[in-house]
Design a protein around this ligand. Structure first.
Ligand code: PFF
Length: 465
């Protein structure tokens, strides 16, 4: 064996160290996964897409497409042990393909910037709602009053811009300093606390008198009402909620100790993330029906239903404050993951300090965020293609870029990488490996491409369908 071959065969280590334990890795990926996607986005898009059938398609996508994509992403990350762009280039060459695979890594830089540009604006809403909760703005208010609080707030672009600026500024500060330790601690506390609060809210929803109606809306499938566009949205949401398809999980995988089971870690994250999303739906839909609201009301759904509930329950001020603080934390642990690929790339490519990179990238994201800030007021009526600027950025990232990233990632892990490499990372060629390989080679990429083609009308309807 030449020295070069020996270097390639030797266990690779990351320049940035490793996670202190398997738990630390699971917590970090869970922190990235659990966020606004679970509590803000899932209920409102499930509401807009008719409930039951959409939720079932979403669950299929999470387990049959999301899970193999997540495993592929982590195994690539651990094999390469570099940032996503460098890892894809290195493994592309090492596996006898091409270093141009790095373009898949580049997509994560752009995807992260675009997603965070709107994510930060919605996280700004949660920051503003902490203030509204503390000052008791929701106590004893009627549904119309609570809806008007939301409408007045988002209708004023200056207050939305201020909240977005505060969230982005904190983010830049934290990313500039590097936060691994703090992040681990925050997630360790946040995820269980969020879960407990959701359970308290679930108790409230069960007693709302409309629990059965909410449950039926969420779980009774009406496949006739399901369009291919809704299927694409459900698939996009599976990617968005698990933070997969854009290299964020790949970056985290780079620091994973060699002996940790990628399958078990992925399963833990997928189950925790799905539980929180389903819980959010189980809390929100009964409240929608109890207050005669419309489940298809869109992005304001959580910001209206939950304040209504908090306004009526005893101790509501405390619960509301706690809830929006936790949601801000959840958004924050996701936002850090969204910014990291771009910051790491600027540091390496342009030899800048971390602080300079965070400021440059953060500034760019902040400026782009104004597209979303204005989508709810000044430019609310400026609609093209999928709707407002916000609607279009959301569609482009969640429904196109992330699933496309998923195709490349699964194809790379299961077709380009040789069997030995992937089996070594997944703990040997047993049954689980064979299932993963089948899903990653065939089901996931073909299903994603099929849904894409269906949604843009490029495949004919089957007779009788
Ligand atoms: N998964 C996050 C959420 O559900 O809120 C959003 C997200 C974070 C998407 C990080 C993508 C990502 F890389």
């Amino acid at each position: 064996m030449t020295t070069e071959e020996a270097a390639v065969k030797a266990p690779r280590t990351s320049l940035h160290g490793q996670w202190s334990s398997r738990m630390a890795f699971v917590l970090a990926v869970t922190g990235s996964a659990v966020g606004l996607g679970n509590i803000w986005k899932f209920p409102y898009i499930a509401g807009q897409n008719g409930g039951g059938a959409f939720v079932i398609v979403y669950l299929f996508c999470v387990f049959l497409i999301g899970m193999p994509v997540m495993m592929s992403e982590i195994l690539i990350g651990r094999r390469g042990r570099r940032n996503p762009v460098a890892t894809m280039a290195l493994l592309g060459e090492e596996e006898g393909s091409s270093k141009h695979w790095r373009l898949v890594g580049s997509m994560s830089v752009i995807g992260g910037i675009l997603i965070l540009s709107y994510y930060s604006v919605i996280a700004g809403w949660t920051v503003a709602y902490v203030e509204k909760s503390v000052t008791g703005s929701f106590v004893g208010r009627s549904p119309a009053e609570i809806a008007s609080i939301f409408g007045t707030f988002t209708g004023n672009w200056v207050s939305v811009a201020v909240a977005h600026t505060i969230f982005m500024a904190i983010n830049i500060l934290v990313v500039a300093r590097g936060v691994e330790r703090g992040l681990e601690q925050a997630v360790k506390f946040m995820v269980p606390a969020l879960l407990v609060l959701m359970l308290v809210l679930l108790g409230y929803a069960i007693n709302s008198g409309h629990f059965a109606e909410g449950l039926a809306f969420m779980l009774t499938p009406n496949f006739d009402a399901l369009t291919w566009d809704s299927v694409l949205v459900a698939m996009g949401q599976a990617f968005f909620t698990l933070s997969i398809g854009m290299g964020a999980v790949m970056a985290y995988g780079a620091y994973l100790p060699a002996e940790t089971s990628i399958t078990n870690a992925s399963a833990a994250v997928v189950v925790a993330d799905t539980m929180i999303a389903l819980l959010a739906g189980l809390v929100i839909f009964p409240l929608v029906f109890a207050n005669d609201l419309n489940p298809a009301d869109g992005p304001g759904l959580v910001f209206v239903t939950l304040p209504l509930a908090f306004g009526q329950m005893s101790g509501g001020v405390v619960f509301a404050t706690l809830f929006f603080v936790l949601l801000t934390f959840a958004a924050w642990t996701s936002a850090i993951g969204l910014m990291e690929p771009a910051v790491a790339w600027v540091v390496e490519r342009f030899h800048r300090s971390r602080a300079q990179a965070a400021l440059m990238i953060g500034g760019l994201i902040w400026a782009l965020g104004f597209g979303t800030v204005l989508s709810f007021n000044v430019l609310a009526e400026t609609r093209f293609f999928k709707g407002t600027i916000f609607d279009n950025i959301d569609h482009l990232t969640s429904n196109i870029m992330l699933p496309l990233g998923g195709v490349f990632i699964t194809v790379f892990a299961s077709w380009v990488m040789c069997r030995n490499s992937s089996a070594e990372e997944l703990g040997g060629a047993g049954t689980v490996y064979s299932i993963w390989r089948f899903l990653a080679r065939y089901l996931a990429p073909l299903a994603i491409i099929f849904v894409f083609l269906k949604a843009v009308g490029l495949l004919p309807e089957f007779s009788g369908a």
